[in-house]
Design a protein around this ligand. Sequence first.
Ligand SMILES: [Zn+2]
Length: 452
Amino acid sequence: MTRSLRISASLVCLAVVAATARPAGSADALPPVAIDPAVTAMLAGVSADRLRATDARLVAFGTRSAFSETMHASNRGVYAARDWIAGRFHDVASTSGGRMTVGIDTYFQDTDERSPRAVEISSVYATLRGDDPSAATYVMSSHYDSRNSDGYDAVLDAPGADDNGSAVAAVIEAARLMATRHFRGTLVFACFDGEEQGLWGSNHLAQRFKDEGVNVAADLNDDIIGASVGHDGEQAPFEVRLFSEALPAGVEVKRVNTIGTENDSPSRELARATQEVAEAYEPAMHVTLVSRADRFLRGGDQESFTAAGYPAVRFVEAHENFDHQHQNVRVENGIQYGDLLRYVDFAYLARVTQLNIATLATLALAPPTPVATMAVKTLGYDTTLAWDAEPAAAGYDVLWRRTTDATWTHAERLHAETTVTLPVSKDDYVFGVRAVDAAGHASVAAYPTPVR
Ligand SMILES: [Zn+2]
């Protein structure tokens, strides 16, 4: 009895200390992510068996090398796979009440230093029209081409079960589960061609979106998301990595250094939002943020989107097995090489698919990222922020963190206000502002632009 009383008394003391120590920006933790039953229902529909069937069908095309485009008469090759994927999207579109259309983005890729011959490249995508014509577009992407040891070989098998049949299966599954539902924003489900040759298909489609003025607010790119066991047998069935680049193309380094935005590119804000939402819906999963455009000196289709000026991130499994990537199928010194179906963990792939759907749905239901500013006319210890009122928003979160923290640590939820002054120094903290609708769907945060 005495002991428990003593504990209670010390807890009270701690609480008092915490309360009095507050103002310098040590205050409120982030509000919990509002779990939307409609999103939970979509996640419950994700089927590991269906993902396996899709991936097995893709592997059965033998090779999906970008240079196998003329082989489809034999039901082999990249265009046989393309036509099959387009067929699946048409099946899904038939459930959308006329809101989903299927597109094929085909162009002639001339020969370059990486290409032995010119080749026709053809990406498949499905677009689910949003309910609000003024709202942004949210992309979930993958590539469906594959390769073996020789990137130009179009003859030998290149099963590509994990790289990247896994993500194509995830994209088709997400399209299936989302096509019957309504979102404020437009959704695009994309399967690119020619990734292995130099991000060809994604580059063509992202540039086309840019030329057409499509407002892409996010690309969640998935590439190698199906294996839960690494090269040395490391097991990571509940972890996935999420890569995001530091700086968008064309920024002025001097300005980045002056206002300290090196960790707050739109892609990195998207990564933070993705981690927060995805882990709330799938508490068993850990989304490990990696502050890098992609794995060291490697690349992926999200870079085509960032090159076009769009925020983009990449999901990839926690531990890759390089014996199973870009390798001819063979046994050598007792080691099985090749990207075979048997190495894909479909329960894991289902969980990564769910992380994508939870994020994509939340962002496409949320109000847009607000346009926010920070007043810097006079020197001071407070921080004054303002933002444009957003009709779809029921409130706004002002977020902040220490400059060395990776993710937001504090938040203040406001309602109709479009300006706030906080007793937190802009010299020592980074700020963000996001919009939240009545159901709690939150946008990606905006980095406030300093204004005098
Ligand atoms: Zn890949």
